[in-house]
Write a protein that binds this ligand. Structure first.
Ligand code: ADP
Length: 425
């Protein structure tokens, strides 16, 4: 367009006189221009020639923006699109030896390009519409997928809240919700395990309590129903007393077990093992004497440890009591204390019945007894060693057992030495 304009400007600038007639002649000679409208103005913007109205245009000011720009010496091109028609306009100044003689303005109307733009606009509109619909659809699908998974999660939570701890959440996918589901499953697995332990404990405990209660019932029924002599009644009442004692001991141990689980760590003291060993031996020496068992202690290489003293007493008491209970008449019990590198080591070894190999791994379980009859006779509940193990672990210690059937059993405990000198440094 600008080239056409420049061509017309050059032609017109070469005219000797610029008026409507000379311009009209020059324009008709430039047959190749083929534009919809051509205007030629003087330097003030007044029309000299207008191809649309050749006779009436003269002298009228045509101050189109393009013409105003061209009068300032610029070559201008612009286009507009309206109602399927593309209007392209161009204007250039007419100069001769640097003097502005006027300007040429041409305009072309193109319906083919207009149709092209029209269809392009329609296509863009359709594509935008499809994209918008796709975005809306995608957000709906996506949000409903998340809502579905969250709903599944809520349903699982409700099931678990109602007590089905074995239930597992299945979130599917590989995103944060999946991780959340896995964490939740781990949590419920822990709940499930502890619930099972609790149930096992309650059932074991009630089973253990049932036996002495059944004996008491049997003994009282026998006394009431039979015509017994005083000596037999006396004997039966003594048995009832023994069963009651057993129940008492068992409930005390159950109490200390539950206290052990709920009690927070507190009151740690720096203590030596020897004084507590001596205290326990003093307490149990009468029973040992009764069974003709000799207790030998060696407490020369003692070391301080950080422990709750009541726990230490309970540990040594249970092990020493077992060493007497599961010993043979005339047997021995050795209790020694020594230091081994960073550990204070306590050993309680007896010359008793020993523990069968397949039972050694079970003796720390609650209510486990190798020989139920013997244990019951000696007042056992199967709880002593499980209490010992919990107490040892709570005080950062370790416990090991070695046993040989018919020869004896040795329990070895190690607690980290609490060196006050090192702390002082
Ligand atoms: P109990 O109250 O029956 O003694 P424990 O938990 O103290 O319960 O011990 C569990 C079982 O381990 C006992 O029933 C017994 O069979 C066995 N046991 C424990 N200590 C000894 C030991 N020093 N010698 C032989 N067997 C032992």
């Amino acid at each position: 367009m600008i080239e056409k304009c420049l061509l017309a400007s050059t032609e017109i600038s070469s005219l000797e006189v610029i008026n409507q007639t000379t311009v009209a002649t020059a324009v008709s000679e430039m047959g190749s221009l083929k534009v919809s409208r051509l205007i030629v103005t003087d330097p003030n913007g007044a029309a000299i020639y207008d191809s649309l109205s050749e006779n009436n245009a003269q002298g009228k000011y045509v101050l189109f923006p393009e013409i105003v720009q061209a009068m300032k010496g610029n070559d201008v091109f612009s286009w507009t699109y309206r109602n399927g028609i593309m209007n392209s306009c161009a204007a250039t100044p007419i100069t001769s030896y640097g003097r502005l003689l006027g300007c040429v303005y041409i305009m072309e109307q193109d319906t083919a390009q207009g149709a092209l733009i029209d269809s392009l606009q329609q296509n863009i509109f359709v594509i935008t519409l499809i994209l918008e619909l796709a975005v809306i659809l995608f957000s709906l699908v996506f949000s409903s997928a998340i809502t579905n998974r969250l709903r599944r999660f809520m349903v699982s939570m409700r099931i678990i809240r109602e007590g089905d701890y074995a239930h597992k959440v299945n979130m599917g996918g590989h995103d944060e919700l999946t991780v959340l589901g896995d964490e939740f499953n781990e949590l419920t697995q822990k709940l499930h395990d502890s619930e099972q332990k609790r149930r096992q404990f309650v059932s074991d405990a009630s089973h253990e309590l049932k036996t002495p209660l059944a004996s008491i019932k049997l003994l009282t029924d026998s006394i009431l129903q039979n015509d017994m002599d005083v000596d037999t009644v006396h004997e039966f009442v003594e048995d009832i007393g023994n069963e009651a004692d057993r129940l008492n001991r068992m409930s005390q141990k159950l109490l200390s077990l539950s206290r052990l689980e709920s009690q927070a760590d507190s009151d740690y003291e720096i203590v030596y093992l020897a004084p507590t060993v001596e205290k326990v031996v003093r307490m149990l020496s009468a029973i040992a004497k009764e069974h003709d068992i000799q207790i030998q202690v060696n407490l020369n290489d003692d070391a301080p440890i950080l422990i709750q003293e009541d726990d230490l007493y309970q540990i040594i008491f249970n092990l020493t009591e077992n060493g007497i209970k599961y010993n043979r008449e005339g047997g021995s019990l050795y209790i020694s204390v020594h230091r081994d590198a960073d550990n204070a080591v306590l050993q309680v070894a007896d010359t008793g019945v020993g523990i069968p190999e397949d039972s050694v791994n079970h003796i720390f379980e609650r209510f486990y007894r190798v020989d139920k009859a013997r244990s019951r006779k000696s007042g056992g509940s199967g709880l002593g060693l499980s209490i010992v193990r919990s107490l040892v672990e709570r005080n950062r210690g370790e416990i090991k057992v070695e046993s040989e059937l018919g020869k004896g059993t040795a329990f070895t405990l190690a607690f980290p030495v609490f060196d006050t000198e090192e702390v002082d440094k």
